[in-house]
Design a binder for this molecule. Structure first.
Ligand SMILES: *Cc1c(COP(=O)(O)O)cnc(C)c1O
Length: 399
């Protein structure tokens, strides 16, 4: 008996969510309007940011954040090699170039030592301008350390917090939520169904900088400005119909229907985080005896949001291959995944930059061992038991 398949991640949609979307369908505004503003205010409060701007995807949020900090041709953006392609693509959308950086063992976040080395030996014609740290799997990056390094090298920080809504860092005796703006110019969230909360598709730019918030707000709506105080041309100040396009923007708006869903989902964020952490503790206890398996770490100063639960498996020592392990787990109804194929291994990046995997030893070592097992709040205790039993059976080799 295998039971229903368990994916590696899945949304949780309640009757209250469905009712919230139905109510929004009956309201005056299907896009923009009060639900968008309410959702933005709640996300900003949850992350302790001054401003939140909702957009159509996490990728759109990265794109607009890159434009809003003034990124353009002649600039370079430093991105960890172990991430989803969107973290790097935003630089190219803005006309800048990507420079990949190796990760650190343990958290699998960007290595500050590699970053510092890259910057001190910088040879390329582009000017290093922005760094995009990714809070991989939900473990926060060492932001105070990164901010010190960024200050030294004149870099702007855009956090990719697609995995890390609800994660936090301890500094000065206080917990600071990811997105709070203490260390960076802007932070980006994704609201894709596998992420902490979802709007179907969706993203948010968080910032404490009113100028960045205004730029993102305008760019998500064709680069159009209506606020009389922000107009470039005086002619419109007393004309109620007047608006002007000041930059080449996009239609990256999030609908009121999606924001209604987001608001409803957000009310369960604390419970979601608690459940994710509970499942992670359960896995850690169950797998700690497996000889060829390394478990995720949580630094003493970090609160992990556990978007993903990635184990590192020494497949060679186990006398098997990853594809075989994945096949056997799938046979038991358990879906696994690999996060991520390093960016330099994708044909587009390989051709564009001619990158050599040997330049990223930690990313390569991690990539050879990584296996993401199911973790999402809607998992039942019975689902968790099934994953535990199957993984123990397939990865055997007790210490
Ligand atoms: C999900 C994700 C994105 C992109 O978000 P979308 O909402 O799917 O556009 C960007 N970066 C990382 C690390 C992600 O996991």
């Amino acid at each position: 008996m295998t039971g229903r398949p368990i994916p590696y991640g899945h949304q949780d949609i309640t009757e209250a969510d469905i009712q919230a979307v139905v109510d929004a369908l009956r309201a005056d505004f299907l896009t923009q309007g009060p639900r968008v503003a309410a959702f933005e205010a709640e996300v900003a409060a949850a992350c302790r940011a001054r401003h939140a701007v909702a957009v159509s995807s996490g990728t759109a949020a990265l794109h607009l954040a890159a434009l809003a900090v003034g990124l353009g041709p002649g600039d370079a953006v430093l991105v960890p090699a172990n991430t989803f392609v969107a973290s790097a693509n935003c630089a190219l959308y803005a006309g800048a170039e990507v420079r990949l950086v190796d990760i650190e063992p343990g958290t699998h976040n960007v290595s500050l030592a590699s970053l510092d080395r890259a910057l001190t030996t910088w040879l390329r014609p582009e000017r290093p301008r922005v760094v995009v740290p990714v809070h991989f799997a939900g473990h926060p990056v060492d932001l105070p350390g990164l901010a010190a390094l960024a200050r030294r090298h004149g870099l702007t920080i855009i956090e990719d917090a697609s995995h890390a809504l609800g994660a936090a860092s301890l500094e000065g005796g206080q917990w600071h939520p990811v997105g709070c703006g203490r260390w960076s110019a802007a932070t980006v969230l994704s609201l894709h169904p596998v992420k902490h909360i979802t709007t179907g598709e969706g993203g948010v730019v968080l910032t404490d900088d009113a100028g960045i918030a205004a730029a993102v707000r305008s760019l998500r709506h064709h680069g159009i400005v209506r606020d009389p105080a922000l107009l470039e041309q005086a002619e419109g100040r007393d004309q109620p119909w007047y608006y002007e396009m000041q930059a080449l923007g996009f239609n990256y708006r999030l609908t009121a229907l999606q924001c209604a869903l987001g608001l409803s989902q957000l009310s369960r964020l604390p419970a979601y985080l608690e459940r994710r952490r509970q499942i992670a503790r359960r896995y850690a206890a169950a797998f700690q005896g497996l000889r060829h398996v390394r478990l995720p770490v949580e630094a003493p100063w970090a609160r992990h949001a556990y978007h993903l639960f990635v184990i590192e498996v020494d497949f060679a020592a186990l006398g098997t291959r990853r594809v075989e392990v994945m096949r056997r787990l799938r046979g038991e109804g358990i879906q696994t995944a690999v996060h991520y194929i390093p960016i330099y291994r994708h044909p587009y990046y390989r051709k564009r930059y001619g990158l050599d995997p040997a330049d990223f030893p930690e990313t390569e070592a991690y990539y050879a061992r990584a296996l993401t097992i199911p973790l999402f709040p809607a998992m039942t205790d019975a689902d968790v038991d099934r994953v535990v039993n199957a993984v123990r059976r397939v990865l055997g080799g007790e210490r």
